[in-house]
Design a binder for this molecule. Structure first.
Ligand code: ADP
Ligand code: VHF
Length: 383
């Protein structure tokens, strides 16, 4: 810190700010315009100082349920999606108006898991966000709730924000919530103490985090925030977790909330998405030679090294690669459908190409689409 201010914050030029539903809603659970205006005032002030801001905002469901005549936040997926469809437009309209008063234009960007795991979608998402920032527009991101099915949902915007921070090469991630930092136990209980600095896993070893928040409108509680902080700091991006009412002070670098220091350095972007944002649709069991090839030589996975196929996946889906003992060693995007693979196992690509045609010469998982999991890769970083 210099002069009492956090240099990780004062030196940041591109900042991703995530605000949770609990910080945008009134006591009755609906959206609170006053809280939106207060947040926008702070972000507009930063933007006016030349800082690029990307906002990841929850709140679509909270905005949408009252106009549908519902008294409280719905619990089933279909009604949540209906509420999000109604609420997202209203929410962005409110932001558009509030930022407009400060002379700033905003853009809505809705992301699904596919957008950040499939190569073509991923590049597209990056290009769109980069171009918006070049135009001086402030992107407002949310998950595309209305079309995301249970299996392909992020479900929480904390991890989405960490992955977006990496996607846009942000210098800082700020998570705004209804709690003034990470506590070592339930923040409502006397005796729980705030953890102001987290420099690594050792500072988290005594921390107990709960899944649900006190507001009843947030989704992941502190669990997803700590996970988001791990993803971002492991990829070289420091994180501030603060109460939304302290947003101005947090973004000015004042020592409020919890400061998670960077623990790793930047890694290839898609690898981060693959490791943290995908739910595997199947498992491929490898023989020990293939495990060595994939983990030590960082080679692509070929049919010859696979002994068993499990799951119902299609081309481009994420699958786990497991060793002969069943431990997951890597995750990758598969180039064959589940029903095609069993007939190819144990066979050389040359044989397959001769018998079935050149299309069958392709790798089952290309090394560019593969990330090691649960063990150290060549850079010594953890996936
Ligand atoms: N160890 C902890 N430290 C701080 N907050 C915690 C902890 N464990 C659980 N929580 C709860 O997490 C909540 C924030 O999560 P959530 O309600 O999902 O917020 P948001 O809507 O901002 O995403 C806080 O209100 C707090 O009650
Ligand atoms: N995408 C959902 C919010 C999901 C979410 O992560 O909520 P929160 O825990 O309040 O940040 C919505 O806009 O309602």
């Amino acid at each position: 810190m210099s002069g009492g201010l956090r240099t990780d914050v004062t030196g940041a030029h591109r900042v991703v700010v995530k605000v949770g539903s609990s910080s945008l809603t009134s006591a009755r659970g609906g959206i609170d315009q006053q809280r939106i205006d207060t947040l926008v005032d702070v972000l507009a002030e930063r933007r006016g100082n030349g800082i690029e801001v990307v906002l990841v905002s929850s709140g679509a469901i909270a905005t949408g349920f009252a106009p549908l005549g519902l008294r409280s936040r719905p619990r089933d997926l279909a009604t949540q999606q209906a509420a999000a469809s109604v609420g997202q437009g209203l929410l962005v309209a409110r932001y558009t108006e509030a930022f407009g008063r400060h002379g700033f234009r905003v853009a809505q960007v809705l992301l699904t898991l596919d957008d950040v795991t499939r190569r073509s979608h991923y590049r597209n998402a990056y290009r769109t966000l980069a171009r918006l920032l070049e135009f001086g527009v402030l992107p407002i991101i949310n998950e595309n709730d209305s079309v995301a099915t249970e299996e392909i949902r992020f479900g929480d915007n904390d991890r989405l924000a960490a992955l977006v921070a990496h996607l846009v090469n942000a210098d800082l991630l700020v998570l705004l919530s209804d709690v003034d930092g990470l506590y070592d136990g339930d923040p409502r209980r006397p005796g729980s103490a705030k953890v102001s600095e987290v420099r690594g896993e050792e500072d988290l070893s005594h921390v107990v985090v709960r899944k649900s928040g006190r507001s009843g409108v947030g989704t992941g509680g502190m669990v997803t925030k700590v996970e988001a902080a791990r993803i971002a700091t492991g990829a070289g991006i420091p994180v501030i977790l603060a109460d939304a009412s302290d947003a101005g002070r947090a973004l000015a670098g004042e020592p409020v909330g919890t400061h998670f220091h960077r623990t790793g350095r930047r890694r290839p972007a898609r690898q981060l998405w693959l490791a943290h944002a995908t739910t595997p649709r199947g498992r491929l069991r490898l023989d020990s030679g293939a495990v060595r090839a994939v983990c030590e030589r960082r080679a692509s996975l070929l049919p010859a090294g696979i002994v068993e196929v499990d799951g119902d996946f299609g081309v481009g889906d994420p699958v786990d690669l497991v060793d002969p003992e069943g431990r997951t060693v890597a995750r990758g995007l598969v180039n064959f459908d589940a029903h095609e693979l069993p007939g190819l196992l144990g066979r050389s690509t040359r044989d397959l190409a001769r018998e079935l045609g050149p299309a069958y010469e392709r790798e089952v998982v290309h090394r560019d689409d593969l990330v090691l999991v649960g063990q150290r890769d060549r850079n010594g970083t953890r996936a």
